[in-house]
Write a protein that binds this ligand. Structure first.
Ligand SMILES: Cc1cc2nc3c(=O)[nH]c(=O)nc-3n(C[C@H](O)[C@H](O)[C@H](O)COP(=O)(O)OP(=O)(O)OC[C@H]3O[C@@H](n4cnc5c(N)ncnc54)[C@H](O)[C@@H]3O)c2cc1C
Length: 448
């Protein structure tokens, strides 16, 4: 759907995360011969790595993982590191209308469990993931947005038991930040921020310690089925034969990988810039003092956070082509907008810019399940830009499903169960996306 650069898995993104993490302790190597195992995983991000770790550690299963690039080359190694909720592009009211209150509550419980799982994995597996912040913040970009934040805060606590607090603009300047688009905020006492690539590499190291075999630079080019029902996943270096398969390719799912995933995903570019370290004077000028992850209330939102070394990370939705030129335009626009949000920071150096694909679907919630025509294949994708807590949780569930320790009908929250409706005329996806972005841009303009 995008320019070939977006899919070029030979090179890692020029991200701040890549510059500050190391894969040196991993023994993972590309697949160089034909091998077999109980479960083969396609995709080496949070979903696939968590599935590999849980299969090897908790279920004693022989597992091999195939990844097109380096481990965590996709969204997992290049996201903002916000461990937040919810992984859905439906409002709370829409979720309740579609799935009922009990299942919506179950979904939010799962989201919090996902956050707890990330912390527990880091602790149990001694993963140093530079965790910061205590909760998540949503900042009103316009005075009108405060009413919505108050309603959300009330629902979060009364329906889902998540503690919330509303700050006026003056109060938030005392504990969070000032700036031209800060008209109050909501704090949710759930989640935190982390170094996503360190967390992903930590998962990979833990999976290897438990005997999982991980194969970076081993893209699945062809997927065949033997007469005896075993899967044959063909890469340039060799073939893996396995009784069961897990699809964990999310926004990087190729059309043609398997008929059951064709036309199911709408990959959307997200962009991040990271500044040079900001001096205490610059931070003080904007009263910036929190390390919590923050989103603002725009439909086409900004997400931002102060990193442990005082660099500032800010992310925003990308363009619809993926060309180098449009990437440069987006970087320039984000740099300019950063200076508009925090005027004292106009002209600060931007040291890093990168982008990657998040995964949207027509369901607007994650999709977890078993292929309709092949019960030996399990899948989890479509986290709607909210996979840091959701994908590791789904990876653990996929490991349980693949080993018969969980049941497809009972153990997947209804909000996530099953594949999304197919996208009609998949070739038109860039145009659907342009239409949606235009709609959101207009609605943001009308709402300040
Ligand atoms: C810029 C950006 C910012 C984001 N910020 C946040 C955030 O702050 N908080 C949050 O919760 N979420 C965020 N997300 C979303 C989050 O990163 C994802 O939801 C999550 O990482 C998905 O994990 P995954 O393992 O399912 O997919 P991915 O990490 O994308 O992994 C899929 C992998 O499959 C591989 N693959 C695809 N096809 C094949 C094949 N044929 N053979 C072998 N391998 C294959 C790809 O190379 C890729 O590495 C962000 C995403 C991006 C891009």
């Amino acid at each position: 759907m995008y320019h070939a650069d977006i899919y070029d898995a030979r090179h890692n993104p020029p991200s701040y995360w890549e510059a500050t993490a190391s894969r040196a302790k991993l023994t993972a190597a590309p697949l160089m011969q034909d091998e077999s195992c109980d479960v083969a995983i396609i995709g080496g991000g949070f979903t696939g790595l968590s599935a590999a770790l849980h299969l090897a550690r908790d279920h004693g299963v022989s597992v091999r993982l195939l990844e097109a690039g380096d481990l965590a080359w996709g969204a997992s190694g290049r996201n903002g590191g916000f461990c937040c909720l919810p992984a859905a592009k439906l409002s709370i009211a829409q979720l309740i209308e579609r799935y009922g209150l009990a299942e919506t509550q179950r979904f939010f419980r799962m989201q919090v469990e996902g956050m707890d799982l990330v912390s527990a994995l880091a602790e149990d597996e001694a993963i140093q993931m530079d965790k910061t912040g205590d909760g998540n913040l949503e900042v009103a970009h316009h005075p009108k947005a405060m009413a919505g934040l108050r309603t959300t805060a009330e629902k979060m606590s009364s329906l889902f038991g998540i503690k919330t607090r509303i700050y006026t603009s003056e109060e938030f300047a005392e504990v969070g930040h000032a700036g031209t688009e800060q008209f109050g905020a909501m704090h949710m006492a759930a989640g935190f921020a982390l170094h996503p690539l360190k967390f992903a590499i930590g998962l990979a190291e833990a999976a290897e310690r438990r005997g999982a075999l991980l194969h970076p630079h081993s893209k699945v080019m062809d997927w065949q089925k033997d007469p005896d029902g075993r899967h044959r996943l063909v890469t340039d270096g060799g073939t893996i034969t396995a009784g069961k398969a897990i699809v964990a390719t999310n926004g990087y799912t190729d059309e043609g990988l398997h008929p059951e995933t064709d036309n199911c995903v709408l990959p959307v570019l997200s962009n991040i810039i990271v500044t040079a370290p900001l001096s205490d004077n610059l931070l003080g000028a904007e009263r910036y003092q929190t390390t919590m992850p923050i989103c603002n209330t725009r439909n086409l939102l900004f997400y931002y956070r102060l990193l442990p070394d005082k660099r500032f990370l800010i992310g925003a939705r990308g363009d619809t082509t993926g060309t180098v030129e449009n990437g440069q335009r987006k970087q320039d626009w984000m740099t300019r907008r950063l200076g508009e949000l925090f005027p004292s920071w106009q002209g600060v150096e931007v040291d890093y810019y990168w982008r990657g694909l998040v995964c949207m679907t027509r369901k607007f919630t994650p999709s977890v399940g078993q292929f309709e025509d092949d019960p030996s294949v399990f899948y989890g994708y479509g986290y709607h830009a909210n996979g840091v807590n959701t994908a590791p949780w789904v990876g653990r569930l996929l490991a349980q499903l693949a080993t018969g320790k969980a049941d497809v009908r009972q153990d997947i929250p209804a909000v996530m169960a099953g594949a999304p409706p197919r996208i009609p005329i998949a070739g038109l996806r860039p145009w659907y996306l342009r239409g949606a972005l235009l709609y959101y841009r207009l609605s943001d303009a009308l709402n300040g």
